[in-house]
Design a protein around this ligand. Structure first.
Ligand SMILES: Nc1ncnc2c1ncn2[C@@H]1O[C@H](COP(=O)(O)OP(=O)(O)OP(=O)(O)O)[C@@H](O)[C@H]1O
Length: 280
C-alpha cells in the first residue's frame, strides 16, 4: 500500500478527484523524491513518441532540472539506443536497481538495460509487463528528480493503464501526426486519460512538414493548419509542431540524440507550455 503522505506527488495524484488517494497500490521507494512525472503517450506507434521524450528530456536537463526517463515501452524499448547507452547495463544490489546515465546526465531505465542482449525479445504476457513497469517505479533508485518522463507504450492497452493506475502521473503529453485517422486514435488516448483523472497537457504534432533544402520553403505534408485542426479535433492544446528532419533521423540512429540542436526553439516553447501548465 502506498503512503500518500510521503509521496512526492501527493496532491498531484491521478486519483485525487475520486477520494482514492490511499489506494495507489504501489509502495513508494523511500530513496526517491520525484517532483513531476510526465507521461509521453501516443495513440499509435511510430509517430515519434520516444524521440519527443528524448529531446524534451534534453531541453529540461539543459534548463538545470534533474531529469530521468522511464522507458515503459517494455516490448519495444528505444530510449537506450537514442542516447547510445544500449551497450551499457543497469546495475542492482539485490534490493534496488540503478539507472544508467546518458552523456548529459539524464537517468534512464529501460528493459533493454536489463536484458543480456538488446535483440532478445521480452516474451511476456500483459500482467508481467505491467509488473515490470511497476518495478521501474518502486525498485529503481531515481533519487532526487525534478522530472521523470515516462515513455509509454503506444496505444491505450494494458501497460498504459498500468502506468496511469500505479504511477502518480502529473500530466500527459500526446504525440501525434495530424492525420484524421491518427487523431481518432489520439482521441481514445485523451478519453482514457480523462477517465483516469489525469490531465492532458497538450499534443505535439510531429513530422508535420519538411523544409525544402534548396529554397527553404516550408511544405506542409498534411496541409496548412493541419496541426491546429488536429489538436482542436481532440480538444487539447497544441504544444508545438515539428518538421521531418534528416539530421534527427541520422543522429537518433547513431545514438547521439543529445547532439541534435535544430528543434531547440520548438522545444523551448513546448517546455514553457508544459511548465506553465503544471505551475513550475
Ligand atoms: N521529426 C522527425 N524527423 C525525422 N525522423 C523522425 C522524427 N520523429 C521521429 N523520427 C523517426 O521516426 C522513427 C520513429 O520514431 P520513434 O521511435 O520516436 O517513434 P515512437 O512513436 O516512439 O515509436 P514506437 O511506437 O515504436 O515506440 C524513428 O526512426 C525516428 O528517428
Amino acid at each position: 500500500m502506498s503512503n500518500c503522505q510521503s509521496c512526492p506527488s501527493n496532491g498531484n495524484c491521478s486519483r485525487q478527484n475520486n477520494n482514492q488517494q490511499n489506494t495507489c497500490g504501489v509502495v513508494n521507494n523511500p530513496k526517491n523524491r520525484v517532483k513531476h512525472i510526465i507521461g509521453i503517450m501516443s495513440g499509435k506507434g511510430g509517430v515519434g513518441k520516444s524521440t519527443v521524450t528524448a529531446i524534451l528530456a534534453v531541453e529540461l536537463k539543459r534548463r538545470g532540472f534533474k531529469v530521468g526517463i522511464m522507458d515503459a515501452d517494455i516490448t519495444g524499448p528505444s530510449i537506450p539506443r537514442l542516447f547510445g547507452i544500449n551497450n551499457q547495463r543497469a546495475t542492482g544490489d539485490g534490493t534496488y536497481i540503478y539507472p544508467v546515465k546518458t552523456s548529459e546526465g539524464i537517468d534512464v531505465m529501460s528493459m533493454n538495460l536489463l536484458m543480456p542482449q538488446e535483440t532478445q525479445p521480452v516474451l511476456w504476457r500483459g500482467p508481467m509487463i505491467g509488473g515490470a513497469v511497476q518495478q521501474f517505479w518502486t525498485d529503481v533508485v531515481w533519487g532526487e528528480l525534478d522530472f521523470l518522463l515516462v515513455d509509454m507504450p503506444p496505444g491505450t492497452g494494458d501497460v498504459a493503464l498500468t502506468v496511469m493506475q500505479s504511477i502518480p502521473v502529473t500530466g500527459l503529453v500526446m504525440v501525434s501526426t495530424p492525420q484524421s485517422m491518427v487523431s481518432m486514435i489520439v482521441a481514445k488516448a485523451v478519453n482514457m486519460a480523462d477517465k483516469m483523472g489525469i490531465k492532458v497537457l497538450g499534443v505535439v504534432e510531429n513530422m508535420t512538414y519538411i523544409t525544402c533544402p534548396d529554397c527553404g520553403k516550408r511544405i506542409d505534408i498534411y496541409g496548412k493548419n493541419a496541426s491546429q485542426e488536429a489538436a482542436n479535433k481532440v480538444g487539447v492544446k497544441l504544444l508545438g509542431e515539428l518538421p521531418m528532419d534528416k539530421d534527427l533521423m541520422e543522429l537518433s540512429d547513431e545514438g547521439r540524440v543529445e547532439k541534435f540542436e535544430a528543434f531547440r526553439e520548438e522545444f523551448k516553447n513546448i517546455s514553457d507550455s508544459i511548465l506553465g501548465s503544471i505551475n513550475v
